[in-house]
Design a protein around this ligand. Structure first.
Ligand SMILES: C[S@@+](CC[C@H](N)C(=O)[O-])C[C@H]1O[C@@H](n2cnc3c(N)ncnc32)[C@H](O)[C@@H]1O
Length: 254
């Protein structure tokens, strides 16, 4: 195992989010999505029948729960395999529309009461692209709309990279080797994933920008987004503290 981060293919996110991703992250399941959404303090403030945009919806585990709360959901993702799973397993025909598209290129019309970016669906691109995405998200929100952004807490990630650099586990017929690194500038977490299944090996990568609270608040401020509810630190509704695993922001138009 090398100590320096491997070379990351620029468009790693176009290949990785496939059926094997769902196995590697099988603990990120429907039960977790339901628990998280049920405890959110937001539902009384959003009209039933309002429109929600799920940015990076994956297999639709959140879209289907948001629809159960009475919203209409446009669920967008780039991955064809994950969208196929979503349509097969998490369909509510009159309420959820699954759409293939790039979250960096959405025509901005202020029609959404809720926009969500959940379980680290933000941070794959450049700083400029991330700022532009936040600007665009603000333009997509109605004046009283809410944007939920759920990203990892950099402090928890850095600790995990240090204490858990290498791991190996079995999930069904899949052997999963994971190596975790920080980029040379310390601003991104990089994961190398090697999967072995029935004699066939595949390699994948993740590279996610780690934003701390200060940087992110500046980015929100730059595009006219302000906090609407206290930041949460996990999927159980606990308030954020320095050791929290997640940073879950609830912002809206200033
Ligand atoms: C970590 S997964 C989270 C999926 C889902 N939110 C969940 O919690 O299960 C990130 C998702 O973002 C999608 N994604 C990555 N790049 C994208 C892009 N440029 N445009 C749209 N979706 C993208 C991936 O295909 C993947 O489904």
């Amino acid at each position: 195992m090398t100590q320096s981060p491997p070379e990351i293919p620029k468009d790693w996110f176009k290949n990785w989010f496939n059926d094997q991703y769902l196995k590697v992250y099988s603990h990120r399941n429907q039960t977790e999505a339901k628990q998280f959404l049920t405890k959110l303090p937001i539902w009384d403030d959003i009209d039933r029948g309002a429109f929600c945009l799920d940015l990076g919806c994956g297999s639709g585990r959140y879209a289907v729960e948001i629809a159960q709360h009475g919203l209409n959901v446009i669920a967008l993702d780039l991955s064809v395999p994950l969208l196929l799973t979503a349509v097969k397993e998490n369909s509510i025909p009159k309420q959820i529309l699954y759409v293939r598209g790039d979250m960096r290129q959405i025509p901005a019309k202020p029609v959404f009461s809720l926009i969500v970016s959940l379980f680290t669906s933000f941070g794959y691109f450049s700083d400029d692209e991330h700022q532009q995405m936040l600007r665009n998200t603000k333009e997509l929100l109605k004046s009283n709309g809410l944007f939920i952004l759920d990203i990892p807490n950099p402090k928890a990630v850095r600790k995990n990279v240090l204490n858990n650099r290498f791991s190996i586990r079995i999930e069904d017929d899949l052997q999963i080797r994971e190596e975790r690194y920080l980029s040379d500038d310390g601003l991104r977490v990089i994961k190398y994933i090697k999967l072995d299944c029935k004699g066939e090996s595949k390699e994948y990568y993740e590279s996610v920008r780690l934003y701390d609270a200060e940087e992110l608040n500046l980015m929100f401020d730059n595009c006219g987004l302000i906090s609407k509810y206290p930041t949460q630190g996990d999927y159980n509704g606990e308030p954020f503290n320095k050791e929290s695993p997640r940073m879950i922001y609830f912002t809206g138009v200033k």
